[in-house]
Design a protein around this ligand. Structure first.
Ligand SMILES: *[C@@H]1O[C@H](CO)[C@@H](O)[C@H](O)[C@H]1NC(C)=O
Length: 423
């Protein structure tokens, strides 16, 4: 009994991780092999069992039929399978009004393998009741591989542009309360509002994503992270009407690398400080990214009001900007319509932010703007090898309540004179 308990414990801790997360050394460990040979869960490592959504009643290329229930039935089978399972979506369009994939599941290796396209109904009233179009809840070890999801947001955006009263819209894809998630090779088009939201998750890898919505589509963020830790976002193209990537409150240990962003509002930490009690953001690295014709480059943004939150240990490095309106920006005075921001003093404490090797062109005169909280000035800002120009000439820097230092060549200059003259 004791042996059995130990074995299942070891097995389940191993199985918590999908294959992609395995460190190869785990396989080299002979003890690990002995334990695996023991267990009936060895099945999880055998070829996965495949569930084709068409076998569950999904209707390829039929605009009149909602295939949501068929997808959910396929998910139920995959989720209740004790061995690794694949849900297969063949090459065709499938209409989905709204789908929920809920765990916990009996196995921790579930792949949604898509050769096809999931399409939301163009009539936004059909999807507007759900906050999220496609949602995974409480899952562990789910991989979304390939495919296209098309939120068909254009009618909702048109409604919003017309000034009529319209629903808020749905997020296209969300993972919530989940862990060990991979999204690889997915294309997300024209979400009604956000494309991908990762909320309260741990250990998430997103790679080779293509995310597109027009520059004037409202609130169509590319990827939003909230209350999530250990996230990698790699090798992706994002062009939207709002933030390409937004790193929200309570998020930590994030690597964002090799992202092309544009059009859009850039790569953003925040908005922070919307709530008075809020968790901080820490250990975020954004590197080797290119931004083109975006409203912001790399930004930290907080509401100008009291909050327990913070942002610390943030690195932006090896970033190229082309015609970016605000290439480097901290704005702690965000307060739309000037409402609910008494004294406009942000409680968010920003510290240890490095901007290193940032090159390119600004589309406005002020290329570096650090506008920090009067109550909690930004601390430990480092500008190292920054060169940003405006119209083939010099750009300007504007820094308020910001303390820090420059290393090597920094243009435009002018942020930390007080600091420099005091040493
Ligand atoms: C910072 O985040 C990265 C990316 O997730 C992670 O690899 C690293 O271990 C984290 N560092 C610390 C000190 O937690």
């Amino acid at each position: 009994m004791a042996l059995h308990t130990t074995t299942s414990f070891l097995l389940s801790s191993l199985l918590l991780l999908p294959i992609m997360f395995f460190n190869l050394t785990a396989f080299a460990d002979p003890i690990t092999f002995d334990i695996l040979n023991f267990g009936d869960k060895l099945e999880s490592f055998a070829a996965p069992i495949t569930f084709n959504v068409v076998d569950f009643g999904a209707k390829p290329n039929n605009i009149k039929i909602d295939s949501s229930k068929a997808f959910e039935s396929a998910w139920k089978q995959a989720c209740s399978s004790s061995r690794a399972a694949t849900i297969y979506v063949p090459k065709a369009k499938f209409y989905i009004y709204s789908a929920t994939f809920k765990g916990p599941c009996k196995n921790n290796v579930i792949t949604l393998q898509m050769d096809g396209t999931l399409v939301a109904p163009p009539n936004f009233h059909l999807t507007a009741q759900s906050k999220t179009w496609i949602i995974f809840r409480q899952v562990n070890g789910v991989t979304v591989l390939g495919g296209v999801i098309d939120g068909q947001g254009s009618e909702l955006w048109a409604c919003k542009h017309s000034g009529k009263t319209c629903p808020r819209g749905t997020t296209s894809l969300q993972f919530t309360n989940s862990q060990n998630i991979v999204i690889s090779g997915l294309t997300s088009l024209n979400s009604q509002i956000y494309h991908i939201v990762i909320n309260k998750c741990r250990n998430v890898r997103m790679e080779r994503l293509n995310i597109y919505a027009p520059a004037n589509s409202p609130n169509t963020d590319g990827i939003d992270l909230e209350e999530t830790s250990y996230v990698t976002i790699l090798d992706s193209n994002i062009g939207t009407g709002d933030d390409c990537i937004s790193v929200g409150p309570g998020t930590s240990n994030v690597l964002i690398q090799n992202i092309y962003c544009g059009p859009g509002h850039g790569i953003s930490i925040g908005s922070l400080g919307r709530k008075e009690r809020e968790n901080g953001v820490q250990n975020v690295t954004v590197q080797s990214c290119r931004l083109k014709k975006t409203q912001n480059g790399v930004r930290i943004k907080s509401w100008g009001r009291p909050s327990t939150g913070f942002a610390t240990n943030i690195r932006f490095q090896h970033i190229t900007m082309t015609d970016v309106k605000n290439p480097i920006v901290i704005n702690q005075n965000y307060c739309p319509h000037n409402q609910g921001c008494p004294g406009k003093e942000s409680g968010i404490k920003i510290s240890d932010v490095t901007y290193k090797s940032i090159y390119g062109t600004s589309a406005s005169l002020v290329a570096i703007k650090l506008d920090c909280s009067p109550k909690f000035p930004c601390k430990g800002i480092v500008l190292e090898n920054v060169q940003l120009t405006y119209k083939n000439g010099n750009a300007k820097a504007s820094c308020i309540n910001a303390q820090g230092s420059t290393v090597d060549m920094v243009e435009p200059m002018g942020c930390f004179e007080e600091f420099l003259s005091s040493i």
